[in-house]
Design a protein around this ligand. Structure first.
Ligand SMILES: [Zn+2]
Ligand SMILES: [Zn+2]
Length: 238
């Protein structure tokens, strides 16, 4: 029987959310869990399969625990870098909400391993300072060869609107050739271009719930040329 991935993930998230510890910062409010935009079936599938394959877990505090994530130096126990439920003030009330893009990020990382054939040691969530210096955090996903070369940079967006803006901005920046963020009209997405211009990955992969697009990149005269390919190739084909 086909599994209902969306239902399974909704149940999983609802349970995690209900069991979050009482936190000083959420003394005011604990609204019902909202998942917006709705989960996509493939997105939910790879999130659940990633959990089952123990690529990551979500602890009682709502933090993702995984070797895919940067471990803060010196922290041996709980990783606190990636919180699936955010606590914040809204209209004077302290509340909490799902970090929706986080679901897509973990699901995309899981798909890279379970669907596209990369080893967990080759996949990183968030570009890291040790590799990219000031460009760290420029993209959400970095895939390296065993020799340490950057093969793929991936960016996750939380919905279709942001996804489309990313694609438009990425095209714009890549056509411009070398330019700085201060001279660019695409402030929020410019760092994706800048990181690719620096690291020269073979592919750029953009993902949002129910959406994905993949470009093969080539580099000429300070421009990045984009060739859209049908899908991200399996590791064995790169
Ligand atoms: Zn993102
Ligand atoms: Zn730009």
């Amino acid at each position: 029987m086909q599994r209902n991935w969306i239902h399974e993930l909704e149940e999983y998230l609802a349970e995690k959310y209900a069991n979050l510890p009482v936190h000083e910062s959420v003394a005011d409010d604990k609204p019902a869990l909202r998942i917006d935009p709705a989960l996509d079936s493939d997105e939910a599938k790879y999130f659940i399969l990633g959990l089952e394959a123990q690529l990551f877990s979500i602890d009682e505090g709502g933090y993702a625990q995984s070797s895919l994530l940067l471990t803060a130096s010196g922290s041996k126990g709980q990783q606190k870098g990636f919180q699936l439920f955010w606590h914040f003030a809204y209209k004077g009330r302290r509340t909490r909400a799902l970090f929706r893009e986080g679901i897509s990020q973990l699901s995309a990382a899981s798909a890279l391993i379970l669907k596209y054939g990369w080893d967990i040691s080759q996949v990183q969530i968030e570009a890291r300072r040790e590799d990219f210096g000031a460009l760290a955090r420029g993209v959400d996903l970095v895939i390296k060869s065993h020799a340490g070369n950057i093969m793929i940079c991936g960016e996750v967006k939380k919905d279709s609107r942001e996804f489309e803006k990313l694609i438009e901005d990425f095209h714009y920046c890549c056509q411009q050739g070398q330019h700085s963020k201060s001279d660019c009209k695409c402030k929020s997405n410019h760092p994706k271009y800048e990181l690719c211009a620096f690291a020269k990955p073979l592919y750029f992969w953009a993902v949002a719930p129910g959406r994905e697009i993949c470009y093969k990149l080539s580099y000429r005269d300070e421009q990045i040329l984009l060739e859209e390919v049908v899908s991200l190739p399996h590791r064995s084909e790169i």
